[in-house]
Design a protein around this ligand. Structure first.
Ligand code: NAI
Length: 334
């Protein structure tokens, strides 16, 4: 077991030296995994991070040593196994969770429930104990269930704050931006599609009718919507048993984390995210969320839907409801 313990004083010293506005402590749980490693690499380059704490049940010493040679302000520490989770999470401002198993061909995200629900619940216990004020960013699937699980665990511990819990749906937005820009011959980096609902199959609903200046045919809308909803399957099939999206997810996770840290520093930033919401009758829903110095600041509605979007919306609600309830029931039975 290895833990490159860095004293608080040296972290503070590095913060002072860096002159960075944030100096936030950010932990990645699942840091040695397919998403965790590239995500940690991208976060090492984030100037708002003063301490990057890598937690996993295996291999964090190597990842931490490797990243620590990159000359950016973030001090990197590695922590392995449950006995080191306290050190990993202690005083964290943000904990990002890509821990758990990914999909293999033919699997839905819901098929991961049995393994990942327990992993996420145990990590939520540790967050409640060691950094109850942290902003928690859930990547582990099924997000539609793991976010409610985390909320319930935090509630039981008396530390739940809906402003600080996020299901990361940014990969759906990145895919939508890429595929829509491709169809319109636009720059994908300047395209920002709103994606609402949840993060699994038909619960992912891109609002293509709201893309400025786009005049898609019904066939184009149907094809693009399907590709955004099931884009993850393209990667799972291409990887042929070796996992699901990792590099694009790392980019998506880093984007969301970066946006949140900018908001915590006082900048006005908005992202789509799966959060506690009153926009629908469901307790959690993803729409555009305005982030502020305390996390969720304001949650947008979804505007006017086209007839096709309304039909998809109506069809999605019972599925999403069942997946949310499955998470809540799991946490209640623990
Ligand atoms: P991976 O198997 O490559 O990595 C997972 C890591 O989690 C491993 O290093 C493993 O040791 C670690 N881990 C397992 N149990 C742990 C625990 N109790 N505490 C800390 N670490 C633990 O998997 P990959 O590809 O990185 O995917 C991770 C998760 O992210 C999966 O659930 C996957 O479905 C999900 N995912 C979510 C996406 C999203 O858009 N939200 C997109 C793609 C994947």
């Amino acid at each position: 077991m290895f833990s490159r313990a860095v004293s608080t004083a040296s972290v503070a010293g590095r913060r002072a030296m860096s002159g960075s506005a944030g100096g936030f402590k950010v932990a990645v749980a699942g840091a040695a995994g397919g998403i965790g490693q590239p995500l940690s690499l991208l976060l090492k380059n984030n100037m708002n991070i003063g301490h990057l704490s890598l937690f996993d049940i295996v291999n964090t010493p190597g990842v931490a040593a490797d990243l620590s040679h990159i000359p950016t302000p973030a001090v990197v520490t590695g922590h392995t196994g449950p006995e080191e989770v306290g050190k990993a999470f202690d005083g964290c401002d943000v904990v990002v969770i890509p821990a758990g198993v990914p999909r293999k061909p033919g699997m839905t995200r819901d098929d991961l429930f049995n393994t990942n629900a327990g992993i996420v619940a145990n990590l939520a216990d540790a967050i409640a104990k060691h950094c109850p004020k942290a902003h928690v960013l859930i990547i582990s699937n099924p997000v539609n269930s793991t976010v409610p699980i985390t909320a319930e665990v935090m509630k039981k511990a008396g530390v739940y704050d809906p402003q600080r819990l996020f299901g990361v749906t940014s990969l759906d937005v990145l895919r939508a931006n890429t595929f829509v820009a491709e169809a319109l011959g636009r720059n994908p980096a300047e395209t920002d599609v709103t994606v609402i609902g949840g993060h699994a199959g038909t619960t992912i609903l891109p609002l293509l009718s709201q893309v400025e200046g786009a005049d898609f045919s019904p066939e184009q809308i149907a094809a693009l919507t399907h590709r955004i909803q099931f884009g993850g399957d393209e990667v799972v099939q291409a990887k042929d048993g070796a996992g699901s999206a990792t590099l694009s997810m790392a980019a998506a996770g880093a984007r969301f984390t970066s946006s949140l840290l900018r908001a915590l520093n006082g900048e006005a930033v908005s992202e789509c995210a799966f959060v506690q919401s009153t926009v629908t009758d469901l307790p959690f829903f993803s729409t555009r969320v305005h982030l502020g110095t305390s996390g969720v600041d304001k949650i947008d509605g979804y505007g006017t839907l086209s007839a096709a979007e309304q039909a998809n919306f109506d069809e999605m609600i019972p599925t999403l409801k069942a997946q949310i309830e499955k998470g809540i029931a799991f946490a209640a039975a623990r």
